[in-house]
Design a protein around this ligand. Sequence first.
Ligand code: ADP
Length: 272
Amino acid sequence: MSIKLEHLNYVYSQKTAYEKKALNDISLEIPHGEFVGIIGHTGSGKSTLIQHLNGLLRATSGALYYNGENIYGEGYSMGKLRNEVGLVFQYPEHQLFEIDVLTDVCFGPKNQGLCQEECKERALEALHLVGLKEKYYKSSPFELSGGQKRRVAIAGVLAMRPKVLVLDEPTAGLDPKGRDDILDQIAFLHKESDMTVILVSHSMEDIARYADRLIVMNKGTVMYYDEPKKVFEHYQELEQVGLAAPQVTYIMHDLVKSGIPVRTDVTTVSEA
Ligand code: ADP
C-alpha cells in the first residue's frame, strides 16, 4: 500500500483574489508499513498534504498513486481509498457525539454497512488497541479526560481497519504526560500492526523519537525527506528555519529505535 506523489501542487481559491499556493511540486514515496513523521511550522502545508492522501482534496496538478493506482484516474473508487486511509483530524474529540464510547467507536464501521456484531467486534478491538480501560466503554465520551477522548476518537478511525493511519497533530492541547502517552500508544499501534502511520506535528521533539522517516515541510515544499539521522545532519539548516530540536531529542531517537525505554516526563539532569 505505498503512497506516491509526483509533482503534486495545490492552490486554494485558484483564480480568485485569495489564491494561495499551499503545496509546491511535492514528489515523494511512502513505503507500506513505515512510520513517517511530517514536521513543519504552522502554514507550511502539512494539513493540506495529508488531506490529499485520502482524496479529501484533489491536487491542482500532479499525480498521486495509492498502491500503484492513480487516484485521479477514471473509475477510481475514492470511497475505497477513504476506507483504507484513515484520517484523524486535529482535535478529533470535537467530533464525538454518540451516547457512549462504544456506540461512538461503532459509528464508522456501521457507516461502512457492517452488521451490528461485526461493528461491536471492531470497536472493542480498536478500544483495546488505543489502551482505553473497559470501565469507560459505557461512559459518555464527554465525561472523559482530554487524553481519553482523543483515544476514543482514534479508536473510531481504527475500527474501520485502515491500512494507513494519518494523524494530524494528535498531541495538540494535551499536557506533557498526555502527549507522551498518546505518542507511546501510537508507536505501540504501529509495532503491533502492519499499518503505515503518518504523524503530523510542528514539534521535532514529538516525532523524532519514533518516525522511520521524516518529511520536513517548509513553505509548501519538502525541505527534507529522509531517515531522522540523515535529517538531523542538517541541524544548522533546520535551526535557520526554526525547526531544530535539542540534541537530546536526537539521542533519544536512537535509544527508542534500539528498544531502550525512554521516559520523557523526567526532566534531564542539568550540568553540575
Ligand atoms: P499546516 O497544516 O502546516 O499548518 P496548512 O496546510 O493548513 O498548513 O496551510 C498551508 C497554507 O495554505 C497556509 O498558507 C494556509 O494559510 C493556507 N490555507 C490553508 N487552508 C486554507 C483554505 N481553506 N483557504 C485558503 N488558504 C488556506
